[in-house]
Ligand binder design. Structure first.
Ligand code: UDX
Length: 457
């Protein structure tokens, strides 16, 4: 998807300040500028601001560099390292600063509250402050307290942007959630998005804050469920891909987020599930389902490593593992809470040598050989692990892989490769939740065929 795939809107004359130029802030800033608003986006990193002025986006996000460049050329989008001067002229100030986890899992609100403290005295009368950052229930009240201004409304407007599709998610949202204790302020924020077609859900501020956590925790729980079922499929000789298809075609369930894998990661699910458990505990409520989802996910990565280690030829003193992919999913260069990184660390701790290829990673990582192409990573490897679903891995020359590997096993934690093609290249295939041997599949087919044969005789 390119930047100019999106319709541009005429200028609205509305001034927006976006504080924080991470992937959320920058996407929101570029998106709101495309909708016709005049946007200034700030960041405390001077070097990031300098690069952004040259149109250089500091992370991989499809289409974003085009829109940032285009909006700057149209003078709809500017960048600044001063929160105060940028916020002073704004009708709306969006807080898009990080809320990293503290030791016990609670979201650290320091950045959000510091910014509120800082800009409060300088905001123009009647401005609206919008929290985009994922914040615990009740943060809206804390922000209002820090702003210390009775003429400024605070609105929660959580983001649902997934990395790699953030721009598309901005322009084609499933819904826009707006929480405020002032209907006037909620409507004003809703009008910023006019031009986007979707439901707008207006709630009180606490409910909006909770919707974000509830959505991410539900999706994470669904993935832990499907990953557990993948284990059952392997034990019972069933195929998780068909189980997911069969479940997902029920309209009440739906097909998304049913792909099993090495566990969920990224900058949101791990942080937000832990934060939700903590928020609930602070209110005296236990969320055993979410706690189990987190536990299943933690165990998942070690289970994948055990699976890889069992495939190493007996008694090999220092096995070599080739790993394709390091990011937590395809389409991003983000390594935060990546299951692949967790697997690498465990493999190193188990005494293996690890050779990694990921199309977005070129920097040195301690103890790991970073290769410049997928075949070099396979050189002399005893096991090949597919850790991220980069599409180019599915088109690999598997005969070449077979030739250069020392071993013969492919552990595909994403079910990305074609098992039959792997087998015909002379390699052994282990996916997740799929029959590991061709004979398993054949046996399964036979049990289906038998009754048919009886019926036709
Ligand atoms: C998520 C939410 O989707 C987004 O709305 C929120 O605002 C931020 O967090 P993101 O972390 O970018 O976005 O990635 P997402 O595509 O949701 O995937 C999260 C994790 O689930 C990844 O580790 C991914 O590999 C995994 N996943 C996703 C699966 O294992 N199987 C699936 O079917 C889908």
């Amino acid at each position: 998807m390119r930047g100019n795939d999106f319709a541009q809107h005429g200028a609205t004359g509305i001034q927006v300040c976006v504080i924080g130029a991470g992937y959320v802030g920058l996407t929101i800033a570029a998106g709101l500028a495309s909708l016709g608003h005049t946007v200034i986006c700030t960041d405390t990193s001077e070097s990031r601001i300098r690069r952004l002025r040259l149109g250089r986006v500091p992370f991989l996000e499809e289409g974003l560099p085009d829109v940032v460049t285009e909006m700057q050329a149209m003078e709809r989008l500017t960048f600044s390292s001063s929160n105060i001067s940028a916020a002073a002229d704004a009708d709306f100030v969006f807080l898009c600063v990080p809320t990293p986890p503290k030791a016990g899992g609670a979201a650290d609100l320091r950045h959000v509250l510091d910014v509120a403290n800082q800009i409060g005295p300088f905001l123009k009368p009647g401005a609206v402050v919008v929290t985009k950052s994922t914040v615990p229930v009740g943060t809206g009240d804390l922000v209002a307290g820090r702003l210390s201004r009775t003429d400024i409304a605070v609105v929660a407007n959580p983001e649902f942007l997934a990395e790699g599709t953030a721009l598309r998610d901005f322009f084609r949202p499933d819904r826009i959630v707006i929480g405020s204790n002032s209907l006037q302020a909620a409507n004003a924020v809703a009008s910023l998005y006019s031009g986007l077609e979707c439901d707008v859900i207006v709630t009180d501020i606490r409910t909006a804050e909770l919707i974000k956590y509830a959505s991410n925790a539900y999706l994470a729980t669904r993935l832990s469920f499907i990953n557990s079922l993948a284990d059952l499929c392997e034990a019972a000789g069933a195929d998780i891909r068909d189980v997911a298809r069969g479940m997902g075609s029920d309209r009440r369930i739906g097909p998304a987020f049913l792909r099993p894998g090495p566990g969920w990661g990224g900058s949101c699910f791990p942080k937000d599930t832990r934060a939700l458990i903590r928020i609930a505990a602070d209110h005296g409520v236990d969320l055993p389902l979410v706690r189990s989802a987190v536990q299943i996910n933690n165990d998942r990565k070690s289970a994948m490593v055990r699976r890889i280690l069992t495939e190493i030829p007996d008694g090999h003193p220092q096995p070599t593992i080739a790993m394709w992919g390091l990011t937590y999913k395809a389409g991003t260069d983000d390594l935060r809470d990546s299951p692949a990184v967790a697997m690498v660390n465990d493999l190193l701790a188990a005494g293996a040598a690890v050779q990694v290829f990921d199309p977005t990673q070129h920097e040195r990582i301690d103890g790991v050989v970073i290769c410049h192409d997928m075949y070099t990573a396979c050189q002399g490897a005893h096991v090949l692990v597919v850790a991220t679903e980069w599409p180019q891995f599915a088109d690999a020359d598997l005969s070449l892989v077979r030739k250069i590997m020392a071993g013969q096993v492919v552990v595909d934690t994403r079910n990305l490769l074609n098992a039959a093609a792997v087998h015909s290249a002379g390699l052994r295939y282990r996916g997740v939740g799929v029959p590991s041997k061709v004979s398993d599949a054949a046996r399964l087919l036979e049990t289906v065929r038998e009754p048919l044969a009886v019926m036709s005789s």
